[in-house]
Design a protein. Structure first.
Length: 293
């Protein structure tokens, strides 16, 4: 009985220590989530404004003049044979199925592009995605683990520049970005965002009467790279927010489970202790009765 009680006490202490860790991680993620969601909220209006301006400027004849807007033919018709899939994951785990869902979406897009005849290069942003594809024998062309959960516009520029150059040279026929779509702390589904060619902006029925200086061509030559960079930055920001949301949810669930297990172990320990005390009292009473008899 005493040995079983000591084992229960050790288990209770172990669960208590685990609960302290998960509770701390939950609070840390909740604190970081606020800053991450602020970055997402700041990036979204800028992206919408860029999309609206492109929609006002782009015309069918301009699409053919700018390589970033022009849709190349598929590999079967002489187009570029390679495509790129950017995958943003976290550097750390303990975030539930967050990274697994992103990797699953990347695998789905890779399979779809390969079915179209492309040879797909993986650009991994984050330790978890890079580790998975190295394990499966598909070494990433790019492995960035230094961005973490605080992406900046400079990081997006570093990622976008070589992709834009390769696309303009005709080495890449498609660039897609797999990242999290932050809706709330409880909802961070993976999504695939087309990066290159730049998706054709939605054309309005009536375009504003702008006075353009120097010209629409000159403005687009500056805006299109900015649009690509902002698309990547927004995906990085939403993935960072999604990571903290998923980790906070996972750690809260782990903390609640540890609390339930700790209560169960304490009840079991108290029952065993009470049973032991009752047995000792019975033995004492029985011994006293025997001496008197």
């Amino acid at each position: 009985m005493a040995k079983a009680s000591r084992a229960l006490l050790r288990r209770i202490r172990t669960v208590q220590n685990t609960r302290r860790i998960t509770k701390t991680m939950e609070l840390v993620s909740a604190s970081k989530l606020k800053r991450a969601t602020d970055r997402v909220a700041a990036a979204r209006p800028y992206a919408e404004a860029l999309r609206e301006v492109l929609g006002d400027l782009v015309t069918p004849d301009l699409v053919e003049r700018f390589p970033l807007l022009r849709q190349p033919p598929p590999p079967a018709k002489g187009g570029p044979a390679r495509a790129a899939v950017l995958l943003a994951t976290s550097n750390r785990g303990l975030a539930g199925a967050f990274n697994a869902n992103l990797i699953k979406e990347a695998r789905r897009r890779i399979a779809a592009l390969e079915a179209e005849g492309y040879t797909v290069d993986v650009y991994a942003i984050g330790k978890k995605g890079a580790g998975y594809f190295r394990y499966t024998g598909r070494k990433p062309v790019l492995d960035r683990q230094d961005i973490g959960d605080r992406p900046t516009a400079a990081h997006a520029t570093e990622l976008a520049a070589p992709l834009i150059e390769a696309y303009v040279r005709g080495e890449l026929g498609r660039v897609e970005f797999v990242h999290a779509n932050y809706r709330s702390a409880l909802s961070t589904p993976p999504v695939t965002t087309p990066v290159l060619p730049v998706p054709a902006p939605e054309q309005k029925g009536h375009k504003p009467d702008y006075l353009l200086a120097p010209s629409a061509e000159a403005i687009l030559s500056e805006l299109l790279p900015l649009y690509v960079q902002n698309t990547i930055y927004r995906g990085l920001a939403e993935t960072a927010a999604g990571e903290h949301g998923a980790r906070r949810t996972a750690m809260k669930s782990a903390t609640d489970n540890a609390t339930d297990l700790m209560n169960l172990l304490r009840r079991t320990y108290n029952k065993q202790r009470q049973a032991g005390i009752t047995q000792e009292i019975s033995e004492i009473v029985g011994g006293a009765a025997a001496l008197q008899g």
